[in-house]
Design a protein. Structure first.
Length: 206
């Protein structure tokens, strides 16, 4: 069965954060809170765990994952960011935004868009997520926890446990989350392009 780990949303216990990260490093698929809905996550480059996430979401191999990062300096390792894009990212992070950027060679090819060579990047404003990222020392490969046939992401830990009793290794209960996904902005062109409206207010950037 999926293990439940209750972590305080405002004062995450370091011991519990370390336990969750140890599971990630051992190939686990986890559910964890962000500043929007809950997310599915695994270690960067873990092909088997990524396939398990695709099976839960019932998506094909072309479904794009998001790299959830600690901060702007980590983004620069995995995405190509010039001065103009850096200023926009600085204004919007941490927060409920996902940015589509050109991937660097540090990103495994199977995680990139097959034609455009892009990757989704985000920096969440959530203490549990940021604690996991700090302890792990690298991005978490993630996607929104929205189940096949559902219109909205899952945000209630008890409901997540009911819907995923065996499919994941660990569910981090950080309290109720938001019902909406992130706002997605494509920064690969000359001007930002709104791909999906979500929690983040994109109007200052468009």
């Amino acid at each position: 069965m999926s293990r439940i780990l209750q972590i305080h949303p405002l004062n995450p216990q370091p011991r519990l954060i370390a336990q969750a990260v140890e599971q990630l490093r051992n190939g686990a698929v986890i559910v964890y809170p962000t500043d929007s809905s809950y997310a599915l996550g695994c270690q960067l480059g873990d092909k088997a765990a990524a396939e398990r996430i695709r099976a839960i979401r019932q998506t094909d191999r072309h479904h794009n994952f998001t790299l959830v990062c600690r901060d702007l300096s980590e983004i620069a390792t995995y995405a190509k960011v010039d001065n103009r894009r850096y200023r926009l990212l600085k204004a919007a992070t941490p927060g409920p935004f996902t940015f589509i950027l050109q991937a660097t060679h540090e990103v495994p090819r199977r995680l990139q868009h097959p034609r455009r060579k892009t990757i989704g990047i985000r920096v969440p404003d959530n203490l549990i997520a940021r604690g996991l990222l700090a302890e792990l020392g690298e991005p978490i490969m993630s996607c929104t926890l929205i189940m096949p046939g559902d219109d909205w992401p899952l945000s209630d830990p008890e409901l997540i446990e009911e819907r995923l009793p065996h499919e994941v290794d660990l569910i981090i209960d950080g309290g109720p989350g938001q019902h909406e996904p992130t706002t997605v902005l494509d920064l690969t062109g000359d001007a930002p392009q709104l791909i999906r409206e979500g929690l983040g207010d994109a109007s200052p950037f468009l």
